[in-house]
Design a protein around this ligand. Structure first.
Ligand SMILES: N[C@@H](CCC(=O)N[C@@H](CS)C(=O)NCC(=O)O)C(=O)O
Length: 325
């Protein structure tokens, strides 16, 4: 049973431990990020983050209940307590982080808003989009960014907004609009679902910063810390060369940072209210950040997104996690 104390103090960590699973708000279907596979299992980067959290807190990746949410529904679901965490390609912005009563625990994907056009349009750059009709999704940063961008670049445009991703894609495929605009990651995902993926292309420009990351409620520091440091543990594991494959051998590593990460020395887990092998379970069962990226959206996936900004800071990107010590 859920203890009254856990409920009253917004102690989500205690609540998750007592109910034995975590409720994870995900996308309704964005291949590579969160989407049900042919066996109806949820897969993707954002799904894997919830699986890693379940492994860190409960030792088992399967202890997650997924709640698919549209862009519009997502914040209310978190505010009302319907979900414990929102892991759904959500951009960290000031308003969301303050007046919505939410806290972003970090960034799991550095993105920016992009444009997709039909190749038959013969457009090579976003600079040629003056007067175009744009399809996009309601309740997103996409709408606001486009307005800013048009104002700044003095171009006129028409927009059609839809509630769901499928409607946006259909609007684009049936020619209701010239351009589909959203996070660039979302465009790569959309392309795989077009009836002819080769008919469209993503333009080179990115017109905004879209740092995407997991979100929790404000005033719940213990859970916030677990979410934030689980993300950091996955990124640090990549930097330290710890993978799901070599993690057993890494337990006897002489590198003190690896020993702390895997809980063979120190009590880094206890400081989070968890077992000292929290990160070990997460990495062993889900993989480090690089493994999660390549499997879901990178080289080993149909999306084939390059690491780019999401490469580690010491390999040309900006993915940087504070140290576990
Ligand atoms: N990162 C942006 C956009 C997020 C977003 O919802 N994008 C759309 C288009 S890629 C999406 O995921 N739609 C899927 C759905 O609602 O099912 C935000 O946080 O507002």
């Amino acid at each position: 049973m859920i203890s009254a104390r856990a409920r009253a103090s917004s102690d989500t960590l205690a609540l998750i431990k007592s109910k034995g699973f975590l409720s994870c708000g995900v996308n309704t279907g964005l291949p590579g990020f969160s989407a049900p596979d042919t066996n109806n299992n949820w897969t993707g980067m954002d799904v894997d983050f919830c699986r890693a959290l379940a492994a860190a807190v409960l030792g088992d990746t399967t202890r997650v209940k997924y709640k698919p949410l549209t862009a519009k529904e997502r914040f209310t679901a978190l505010q009302s307590g319907e979900i414990d965490i929102l892991s759904r390609n959500t951009t960290w912005t000031q308003i969301r982080d303050t007046s919505l009563g939410l806290n972003f625990a970090g960034v799991n994907y550095y993105d920016g808003q992009g444009f997709m056009v039909k190749k038959s349009l013969r457009v090579k750059s976003a600079k040629e989009l003056d007067g175009a009709v744009f399809c996009m999704q309601a309740g997103t940063t996409t709408e606001l960014n486009l307005a800013d961008y048009a104002r700044l670049n003095k171009f006129t445009y028409k927009s059609i907004t839809f509630e769901t991703n499928e409607q946006v894609r259909e609007g684009f495929e049936t020619g209701r609009c010239d351009v589909l605009t959203t996070d660039q990651s979302g465009l790569y995902s959309h392309i795989t679902k077009l009836s002819d993926p080769d008919s469209a292309m993503v333009l080179p420009e990115m017109m905004s910063k879209e740092p995407l990351g997991p979100v929790v409620r404000q005033g719940d520091d213990a859970w916030f810390n677990v979410v934030r440091w689980t993300l950091h543990a996955l990124i640090n594991a990549e930097e330290l060369g710890v993978t799901s494959e070599n993690i057993e051998q890494m337990k006897s590593s002489s590198n003190p940072a690896i020993s702390r990460l895997l809980g063979t020395t120190g009590d880094m887990g206890a400081k989070l209210g968890l077992d000292n092998s929290w990160a070990f379970h997460a990495i062993k069962q889900v993989g480090n950040y690089g493994e999660i990226f390549e499997r879901n959206v990178g080289r080993l996936s149909p999306l084939k997104i390059r690491r780019g900004l999401n490469a580690l800071w010491n390999r040309g990107g900006i993915m940087f996690a504070p140290p576990i010590r």
